[in-house]
Design a protein around this ligand. Structure first.
Ligand code: ADP
Ligand SMILES: Nc1ccn([C@@H]2O[C@H](COP(=O)(O)O)[C@@H](O)[C@H]2O)c(=O)n1
Length: 213
């Protein structure tokens, strides 16, 4: 079996990473066994030892909020054809769920997350590093809608978090990490030309080893 190809999709919160990843999967149109989608957010640290009020104060836009060592171990295990215990995360309680999912490698592994290109120790695992580049005001608007509808937040809490951590940490960590990208995608998740380019790269790299070939 050919070595899996791993691509990292990074960019600001609300930039369209998840949508880009979904559109890429649709475009690839392969069997679900061919593509493994992972999220860096699942590697946010567990915070069961502190109260929910304390958890709400954590800076989730700092690299230290994540367990990147565990993510690196899991990528190594997947490349080694081992099964991983993929953590699950809850944005409403700000901690990990108790259940993990058993996951095995696939020919194409796509991982998305805000801090991926700030972690040099992960770069050796990535065959392609993509940065989704969307204007901060557009990201904030999208995040406001998503977090109030899906992540149990109020408009006030999204605004406060944006001002205190999301915006400053974006400028400190995420925006500079764009320099490590192989490909910068403007206009977010609906940039279908970029989806076509990345999908062609993936299919070409895994030529012959996909189930639907
Ligand atoms: N190009 C776009 N046009 C319209 N809505 C978009 C676009 N890209 C993303 N969205 C919406 O904005 C929200 C945030 O996008 P998402 O892909 O979840 O961002 P990220 O994963 O980078 O945080 C989602 O509700 C998504 O459907
Ligand atoms: N308990 C948490 C954990 C994370 N966040 C925010 O999520 C953002 C990253 O996820 P995206 O899907 O938007 O890329 C990040 O900016 C954190 O602020 C949170 O609010 N609460």
């Amino acid at each position: 079996m050919q070595k899996p190809i791993i691509i990292a999709i990074s960019g600001a919160s609300g930039s369209g990473k998840s949508l880009f990843t979904q559109n890429l999967s649709l475009k690839l149109g392969q069997s679900s066994k061919d593509i493994l989608l992972l999220q860096e957010d699942h590697y946010y640290k567990a915070q069961d030892h502190i109260s929910i009020e304390e958890r709400a104060k954590t800076n989730y836009d700092h690299p230290d909020a994540f367990e990147h060592d565990l993510l690196a171990d899991h990528l190594a295990q997947l490349l080694n054809n081992e099964i991983i215990d993929y953590p699950a995360y809850c944005y409403k309680t700000h901690t990990r769920l108790s259940e993990c999912e058993k996951i095995e490698q696939a020919p194409i592994i796509i991982i998305e997350g805000i801090m991926l290109l700030t972690q040099v120790q992960l770069f050796d695992y990535f065959d392609l590093k993509v940065f989704v580049d969307t204007a901060p005001d557009v990201c904030l608007m999208r995040r406001m809608l998503r977090d109030t509808q899906e992540r149990g937040r109020t408009i006030e809490s999204v605004a406060k978090q944006y001002e205190t951590t999301v915006k400053p940490m974006y400028h400190k960590f995420i925006e500079p990490s764009k320099n490590f990208a192989d490909l910068i995608v403007p206009h977010g998740g609906e940039n279908h030309l970029a989806v076509d380019v990345v999908s062609a790269f993936l299919l070409n790299s895994q030529n012959g080893s996909l189930i639907n070939d």
